[in-house]
Write a protein that binds this ligand. Sequence first.
Ligand SMILES: Nc1ncnc2c1ncn2[C@@H]1O[C@H](COP(=O)(O)OP(=O)(O)OP(=O)(O)O)[C@@H](O)[C@H]1O
Ligand SMILES: [Mg+2]
Length: 265
Amino acid sequence: MGDMIEFNDVTYSYRAEDYNALDHISLKFRRGEWTSVIGHNGSGKSTLVKLLMGVLEGYAGEIRIDGEVLTEENLQDIRRRFAIVFQNPDNQFVGATVEDDVAFGLENNGVERDEMVRKVEEALRAVNMLEFRTHEPSRLSGGQKQRVAIAGALAMEPDLLILDEATSMLDPQGRRDVLEILGQIHKDKMTTIIYITHDLAEIGVSDHAVVMKDGRVINEGTVEEIYQDTESLISSRLVLPFTISMADRLLEGCYMSYDELVERL
Ligand SMILES: Nc1ncnc2c1ncn2[C@@H]1O[C@H](COP(=O)(O)OP(=O)(O)OP(=O)(O)O)[C@@H](O)[C@H]1O
Ligand SMILES: [Mg+2]
């Protein structure tokens, strides 16, 4: 499985006189992999996705999709193959019922009725929301809303599923549910995933992780590699998961006796 998306020395600023929101970024996202992009507020995560989706233009450098340079001509086509779920579950509904909502994109694409019903059902089943098919989206919990939003994306059978802080407004249970469902989808369908978060505790499932700070990539690697480089995590102002920061602090010390260790703990 090769590179699906490639950023080659991409630089972008919102206004010409501004600092670079993305500063000479070179990055690859491999097909079939779950890549997490971690970074503090303002580190450039959403900007990265906006360039990829063609929402923002006028950057320096090059973006390639399956080896092809992203241009105005092929953008529409590429965009159809990518699906994105955003942070706020309340801003993503268009349908009066859950199933209408999930069907929306398919309807727009002129998918025939029987096929549409089948795809909607399959997508809702994948996120464990089939029993809510006739419910009103606005009455669901935050976590359920995000699962419906994910179903809407899945129904389109995207090559790439992007989640831009999709769990950040959810309670811990809602987060766990969404992550678990995404993990299952990734496993079953080998869907390529870009998972954006500022929560290091959420990257455990990823195949590859990228740490961003001030528009730059400051580290990337496997989850283990990222967790081991606590220095770059601290410098990027990310909150370390409890077990990692504990291990890190323990390693700093030297313990002559069991009592000393217990004392330190
Ligand atoms: N519409 C805009 N106009 C001007 N500057 C912007 C705009 N959107 C973002 N920026 C700036 O670009 C930089 C990168 O922002 P971006 O939204 O990509 O960060 P992010 O990592 O997604 O942050 P967050 O975690 O808050 O979502 C920040 O300094 C931000 O202030
Ligand atoms: Mg963002």
